[in-house]
Design a protein around this ligand. Structure first.
Ligand code: NIG
Ligand code: FE
Length: 395
């Protein structure tokens, strides 16, 4: 059992407490057996727990971040591609093949080591749930071992065999393989299937074929949609029942209408660090939010377009450069990510939900964007256990 008292601002994301963020002040929370056991006023905490509460001295506590889009399984890096891009070269999907070569050359131990390094970095910055994709193996054996490596850090694993066509195959051959042999080998290790439906990757017909095959194998659907150019991928994602359309960097009114009409079934996941590190225009989150679309924000951590695991950075960009309010960005980084994974046990602090929370070294969650770039993660609790940070607060 673990109890936190003296919480200046407790963000629950439970509307029962008022507003979308369900904020409580002068609050306390008790965690037991990996779940939230009690939430209430600080003065009542002693009657509701049998441990000495930790007084967080007026700090803010929020649900742990849910990073619902990452590509953590890879070998090597692409720092030279980044340098060339910052000297003016445009970003294209072809760079993915550099990482495919690095991933194929890496041993299982190296792949797992890299995933664990990034997952632990991510946990220290407040992320308590991660989605992790394959997609840099692009052979049956390399996709399987990528998913096995992903499974060492999360149960939210995604088969992204359809990232690009590998050099040894034709597009037709490869799509057929992804839908049959590769899917059969990967499905036992994956919860989701994803397709990169964009310029230089897969077209709409191929994406439909691959997602339909994935659905047939019992996987949930996700789609990389409209990152590099405008196309029909968002509308396909909504039509086929994807949990999330990701990137959404090039959208028109029909795309927004489709997402709004999905009534929470399909979330739009925005990935602003990918735009920042490819010097591309960021999507305007207001267009989505004002139309009633459910929006998640995530890191897209990968060695090509967005080599970060920091959700606080994503929140800063969402507020400063995508038109979100601090309240909206905090919701999208927690409950929004949970919606993108169709989970209602995370991204929220209510009795019975998972005991995943972050203590901020700040009086309010708005400090995440108000003080960009500052280390404000005081402690991270995952499934009721303090997994990162210090308790220099008074007991
Ligand atoms: O989401 N768009 C496709 N995949 C990644 C980039 C992968 C890479 O460049 O290695 C993304 O940005
Ligand atoms: Fe991605």
């Amino acid at each position: 059992m673990l109890a936190l008292s003296g919480i200046g601002q407790l963000v629950t994301n439970d509307e029962i407490h008022g507003g979308r963020l369900g904020v409580l002040n002068e609050a306390a929370i008790v965690f037991d057996k990996g779940l939230v056991a009690w939430i209430g006023e600080s003065k009542d905490v002693a009657k509701n727990c049998d441990v000495a509460p930790i007084n967080v001295d007026g700090r803010a506590v929020i649900p742990g971040f849910v990073d619902s889009h990452t590509h953590l399984v890879f070998g090597g890096d692409r720092v030279h591609e980044f340098e060339a891009r910052m000297a003016g070269k445009p970003y294209e999907s072809g760079g993915i093949l550099t990482t495919v070569a690095g991933t194929r050359a890496a041993s299982d131990g190296q792949l797992v080591g890299n995933v664990e390094r990034l997952a632990s970095e991510s946990l220290r910055s407040g992320t308590t749930t991660l989605e992790v994709k394959s997609g840099y193996g692009l052979s049956v054996a390399d996709e399987v071992r990528s998913l096995v490596a992903a499974r060492t850090v999360t149960s939210e694993t995604t088969f992204l065999g359809a990232h690009v066509v590998p050099p040894e195959s034709s597009a037709d051959e490869y799509v057929a393989k992804v839908c049959t042999e590769m899917l059969a080998a990967c499905a036992p290790h994956a919860k989701w299937i994803d397709v990169f439906c964009d310029r230089g990757a897969f077209d709409l017909d191929q994406a439909r074929q691959i997602l339909s095959a994935g659905k047939g194998a019992g996987l949930g659907l996700r789609i990389h949609a409209n990152q590099l150019q405008h196309g029909g991928a968002i509308r396909l994602g909504v039509e086929i029942g994807a949990a999330s359309c990701d990137h959404c960097s090039h959208v028109d009114d029909a795309d927004i209408d489709a997402l709004a009409g999905a009534n929470d079934r399909t979330v739009a996941t925005l990935l602003p660090v990918a735009e920042m590190c490819t010097r591309s225009n960021l999507p305007n989150a207001r267009n989505f939010l004002d139309a009633g679309v459910t929006v998640a924000i995530a890191t897209d951590c990968n060695p090509g377009s967005s080599y970060t695991t920091s959700m606080p950075l994503v929140i800063s960009l969402a507020v400063a450069n995508m038109g979100m309010t601090p309240d909206e960005a905090t919701w999208s980084a927690t409950a929004g990510g949970a919606a993108a994974l169709r989970r209602d046990d995370i991204g929220v602090l209510r009795v019975g939900a998972r005991a995943d929370a972050v203590v901020l070294d700040a009086p309010s969650h708005s400090y995440l964007s108000y003080r960009p770039g500052m280390q404000q993660i005081q402690a991270v609790v995952r499934q009721g256990v303090v997994v990162s940070g210090s308790w220099s607060m008074s007991r």
